[in-house]
Design a protein around this ligand. Structure first.
Ligand SMILES: [Zn+2]
Length: 117
């Protein structure tokens, strides 16, 4: 079973295993849990990009295992992308997405929304 960084074929530096340089630390568990569900479905799936967009996690992947497998992988990434909209990106506590003071949509808990306002 490959580690997340072994599946990460994006451009730029490959992060150390267990690290999350792509989003706030609050989503680190979501990202690694997502990866752990994807690997058994496709041992050779590739992470293209992981990032935050419009307050939600984006987990882009590619697969050469055909449409059926792709759809299963997509279901898993969708599930975690949906979870990210209920998870504070800063601390991992339950949160909700809202427009911040700067017009950015961020998903945060109440404490972090004050701290990072
Ligand atoms: Zn928080």
């Amino acid at each position: 079973m490959g580690t997340l960084t072994e599946h990460y074929k994006s451009f730029g530096a490959v992060p150390a295993e267990g690290k999350n340089p792509w989003t706030g630390e609050g989503w680190t568990n979501l990202i690694y849990a997502c990866h752990d569900e994807l690997v058994p479905l496709d041992l050779d799936y590739i992470i293209v990009q992981i990032k935050e967009k419009f307050g939600g996690l984006r987990y882009y992947f590619s697969s050469k295992s055909g449409t059926d497998i792709w759809n299963k992988l997509n279901e898993v990434t969708r599930k975690y992308e949906n979870l990210s909209f209920k998870t504070c990106e800063f601390c991992g506590e339950p949160g909700e997405s809202s427009n911040g003071n700067h017009g950015w949509i961020k998903t945060t808990c109440l404490t972090c929304s004050v701290k990072h306002a």
